[in-house]
Ligand binder design. Structure first.
Ligand SMILES: [Mn+2]
Length: 351
């Protein structure tokens, strides 16, 4: 079924008379349009795509099955459509700014309804074409990781390493990086999200690399931790604990697993080794067009994994003044298990 028809079914279930979509990633998902100016309105019987003159030609080529309207005042167009279709209520997305909301209130005469994130609900389950793109993005990051191992050495900076990864991913076909590359070495590796700095790599450093790319608008997101020279025994213990946590979760991931158990399975492994207080973030998140998207795994959530979700498995242990380890894979949830789509090596690597 076409995405727009699935969306319309959700609208019916929720009694949403009309839906205004302004999030550009949601619009890309529904229409294939990529640009900075677009507004989508979905009513019971029709769907409208409003953009300005810069994008009209692109829209005519890309956006199929929508009525395309060229305008620099999309809400004025929305108002006239709602009036002509005798629509009395409109749902808009929850993330809009207060200024936009005021604009809605001032321009439209319909009841404004709170968002129920209907497009996000569709995006949570990936179809095969989406999974292929995410797999390709992952294969690019995998190769960049293999290649950066030959580049890392004492005396270069974290930024040098980040720049290498970023450029290498582009060379391998990525259109860009999916978030600011994290290279955290030595004591800085105890910062879960230490973005690359001008700190120089030293012998004995633990180095956490968290990075990803875009391929045809879909992301990869992976983390590996490597050691520059022989690590201390305690860091080896931490590494093996995180790896066991990551692998234990992979072995138990399948459709039907509760979100709270997705977090709990990985967390239990770390707690049993006594490092529970040092695993300070969530176990993972969905990926797709956004680097962080549904599902998110609350420690108490009774929701269940579904086949077709693409999620991260990223346990970590961070000890101040010592260092940190995180290992992150991307997984496709299947009915009877999961498929690991990040394939870069995870055994302890000493450079
Ligand atoms: Mn992640």
């Amino acid at each position: 079924m076409e995405r727009i028809e699935k969306l319309r079914n959700l609208m019916k279930e929720d009694s949403v008379e009309s839906l205004l979509i302004t999030n550009l990633n949601n619009i890309f998902y529904l229409t294939g349009f990529w640009g900075t100016s677009a507004t989508v309105l979905v009513t019971e019987n029709e769907q409208y795509f409003i953009t300005d003159a810069r994008y009209t030609l692109i829209a005519r080529e890309t956006v199929k099955n929508f009525k395309i309207i060229e305008s620099r005042q999309p809400l004025v167009e929305v108002d006239s459509i709602l009036k002509s279709e005798n629509i009395s209520s409109l749902q808009f997305e929850g993330e809009v700014s207060f200024a936009f909301y005021q604009n809605l209130k001032n321009t439209l005469s319909v009841d404004l309804k709170a968002s129920s994130n209907l497009v996000e609900k569709l995006r949570i389950i990936k179809d095969n074409s989406e999974i292929k793109l995410i797999e390709k993005a992952c294969s690019i990051s995998d190769q960049a990781f293999i290649d950066v191992l030959d580049f890392i050495k004492v005396g270069i900076s974290e930024l040098d390493v980040a720049n290498f990864l970023d450029f290498r991913m582009r060379e391998l076909g990525a259109s860009g990086i999916s978030f600011e590359t994290i290279v955290a070495s030595g004591n800085r590796s105890s910062m879960p999200h230490g973005v690359a700095s001008d700190k120089l790599l030293e012998l004995g450093d633990t180095i956490t690399l968290d990075f990803g790319c875009y391929y045809n608008h879909y992301v990869s997101d992976m983390t590996r931790t490597v050691f520059l020279g022989q690590p201390e025994d305690k860091m080896v213990e931490i590494y093996n604990t995180v790896l066991e946590s990551n692998n234990t979760l992979i072995n138990q991931t399948r459709a039907g697993l509760l979100y709270k158990d997705y977090d709990g399975i990985a967390r239990d492994v770390i707690e049993q080794t006594g490092y529970g207080d040092y695993f300070t973030h969530g176990i993972g998140h969905g990926i797709g067009i956004d680097i962080h998207e549904d599902p998110f795994f609350g420690k108490t959530s009774e929701e269940k994994l579904q086949a077709g979700m693409v999620i991260t498995d990223e346990p970590g242990i961070y000890v101040d003044d010592l260092g940190g380890v995180r290992i992150e894979d991307d997984l496709v949830v299947l009915d009877d298990g999961c498929k690991i789509i990040t394939k870069a090596p995870k055994e302890l690597i000493i450079i």
